[in-house]
Design a protein around this ligand. Structure first.
Ligand SMILES: CC(C)(COP(=O)(O)OP(=O)(O)OC[C@H]1O[C@@H](n2cnc3c(N)ncnc32)[C@H](O)[C@@H]1OP(=O)(O)O)[C@@H](O)C(=O)NCCC(=O)NCCS
Length: 184
């Protein structure tokens, strides 16, 4: 039977167990790009998901299972979205996509785009019109494919000379792959 992908919101009562599972997933997923284990150790603080993160932000968990309630699904990825700072009622600040990680074995199977679209849906309800992500350079092509545009870059605090692309997503853009509406 084919696995079914389900995306759900993390619950506050899952706190420490889920935080530990997601932290491990971040490291495995980041390692997909071939970074040195020593560098991954240095990034450990940035790659950690805390109980506070789960309480404060919206964490979306992507699970793969056979659809049978009796069988426990496995986590294939997750995303974390937070409210932008400095929201004004007429111009809500951009939401932030703080995390988007897929299990290495599931990369390239559509989990990332499903989580990304679900994150956009969450961000719209915050409310926000735009969503910002400071991305791993290897993931920039993915975000651009999802409709993001690069608006700048920032220096990595940990690695000299490393630049991180800053990407902005218009939350009212047509979904990638949608047929453009033409006139005339
Ligand atoms: C980036 C990431 C989330 C993408 O998830 P994914 O499940 O592989 O993405 P999908 O399979 O849904 O791909 C959706 C589309 O994006 C494209 N795509 C995926 N990764 C890409 C990349 N790195 N560069 C360019 N295009 C990419 C796919 O080819 C696909 O295109 P299509 O619709 O034309 O077929 C995943 O590679 C990942 O978790 N990487 C490691 C951790 C990481 O860097 N996270 C982001 C931190 S900012």
């Amino acid at each position: 039977m084919q696995d079914v992908l389900r995306i759900r919101r993390a619950r506050a009562d899952e706190g420490p167990t889920l935080a530990a599972q997601l932290t491990d997933l971040c490291r495995r997923s980041k390692a997909h790009w071939g970074y040195d284990p020593e560098l991954l150790d240095r990034w450990a603080g940035d790659l950690a998901i805390t109980v506070d993160d789960i309480d404060r932000d919206v964490v979306l968990v992507a699970e793969l299972g056979d659809g049978d309630d009796a069988t426990r699904p496995r986590i294939a990825g997750f995303a974390r979205i937070s409210r932008g700072v400095g929201t004004h009622i007429d111009h809500p600040a951009p939401a932030r996509l703080n995390d988007l990680w897929v299990e290495p074995d599931d990369i390239g199977t559509g989990v990332g785009s499903a989580l990304f679209e679900a994150s956009c849906e969450v961000a719209r309800t915050l409310p926000a019109d735009q969503m910002l992500v400071v991305a791993d350079p290897n993931a920039e092509g993915f975000y651009v494919r999802m409709g993001a545009r690069r608006i700048g870059e920032e220096a990595s605090e940990m690695v000299d000379g490393r630049r991180l692309p800053i990407l902005l997503i218009d939350l009212h853009r047509p979904a990638p792959g949608a047929t453009p509406v033409t006139s005339g």
